[in-house]
Design a protein. Structure first.
Length: 386
């Protein structure tokens, strides 16, 4: 009922739009990841060379792109997925790009930037590297609206470097994505997708991973490496709302993290009895009834943290990458603050690396971390909301 394909070039894509960081994000649940800032800076003399931070874990990282085709729906769907995992040896395997050139150009143009304003950074993942021997917890990732599966690569590769397999999913129709046959798709306003649609994609991917693991049919020796008894999920914006919906519907997912999800529409009468972490910025319980309602439905361990100065995209790669892009395109400090708020990008990176890892370590591995117990001297900008 489905097909599996491997794209040898290491598929990665993105979407940037200021709109999702501000008014439109608040109005339509982050209808686009970086919306349209309408930034009009000087012509770009040379593309900016962007860089991602190295992960802190002990393991090198492998990554493989997969194509899953869901033929069971009324309208069949093709989904690009990347698996990130601890690798045994990466020396003969090239670093995977954050995204490919054509999607990057579309992404930049969608933000009002010159299409050639930046080159894709390399990631810490090495395409096709053999997996490290062992069995590893699995974490699924759902991106924001009008976005793509690479938007939290900092967190994804941090998890993989500490012994997780992470599956990132492009939600076709609401993503910037390139397929192995060269087809290039951008988000479509003619195909409205809500958190329930994203959740259906994630559950389909989890089904297929279970089947492929049983058959030992995943590339790079991954068939025996995924421990699907220990599954978590996280998502940004609409993907955060999708994370909640998956957990309401599917007990296979044991712990969830929302990165500033709007939590709309509310699941009426639902009760969630498994651990959940909300990392809020603009979609707060105080300002958004849907977020407060979701919080009231949590019956398992729950935690709400918030970084001072954070905006909607501050827990994603965009917090760092926009700051790196700004000097090359002549963005002023005031304009940059409009994109990333006042949270220092270097501090945002540490928050992105530390909190999801500590949460999944506790609830998928049973490793206790004091970071989750209350305010930490290592993160003075992070508040723990009662």
């Amino acid at each position: 009922m489905y097909t599996l394909g491997v794209y040898a070039e290491g598929m990665e894509t993105n979407g940037i739009s200021r709109r999702s960081f501000t008014a439109a994000a608040l109005a339509v649940a982050a209808a686009a990841p970086f919306g349209t800032a309408g930034f009009a800076g000087p012509a770009v003399a040379a593309p900016a060379r962007l860089r991602l931070p190295r992960p802190t874990g002990p393991y090198p990282i492998g990554t493989v792109p997969l194509l899953f085709a869901d033929r069971s729906r009324a309208e069949p769907r093709e989904l690009m997925v990347s698996l990130w995992y601890p690798a045994a040896d990466v020396r003969r395997h090239p670093p995977a790009p954050w995204m490919l050139p054509n999607p990057l150009r579309d992404l930049l143009a969608s933000a009002g930037f010159a299409p050639d304003a930046a080159l894709s950074p390399s990631t810490a993942g090495h395409t096709g590297a053999p997996v490290l021997r062992g069995r590893f917890p699995v974490v699924l990732y759902s991106h924001g609206a009008h976005d793509q599966r690479a938007d939290t690569t900092i967190t994804v590769q941090e998890l993989a470097s500490h012994g997780y397999v992470v599956a990132t999913v492009d939600h076709t129709g609401d993503a910037f994505v390139e397929f192995p046959d060269g087809r290039l798709l951008v988000p479509s306003d003619d195909l409205p997708m809500g958190p329930a649609d994203f959740a259906a994609d994630i559950r389909f991917v989890l089904d297929r991973l279970e089947e492929r693991c049983a058959e030992r049919a995943l590339p790079a020796g991954l068939g025996g490496a995924l421990d699907l008894r220990r599954v978590g999920m996280f998502g940004w914006s609409k993907g955060g709302s999708a994370t909640a919906r998956v957990m309401f519907a599917d007990r296979r997912v044991r712990a969830g993290v929302s990165l500033d999800g709007p939590m709309e529409p509310v699941v009426d009468g639902g009760v969630l009895d498994r651990p959940f972490l909300m990392m809020t910025a603009e979609f707060t319980r105080a300002d958004h009834p849907a977020v407060a309602e979701f919080w009231s439905q949590l019956r398992g361990r729950r935690l709400n943290v918030q970084a001072d100065g954070a905006v909607h995209g501050s827990y994603t790669d965009y917090q760092l990458l926009v700051a790196e892009l700004a000097p090359a395109i002549g963005m002023s400090e005031a304009e940059l603050a409009g994109w990333i708020g006042t949270l220092d990008p270097a501090r945002a990176v540490r928050i992105q690396q530390a909190y999801p890892l500590a949460f999944f370590d506790r609830h998928l591995r049973g490793r206790r971390s004091r970071l989750l117990d209350g305010p930490s001297a290592a993160f003075p900008e992070v508040r723990y909301l009662p």
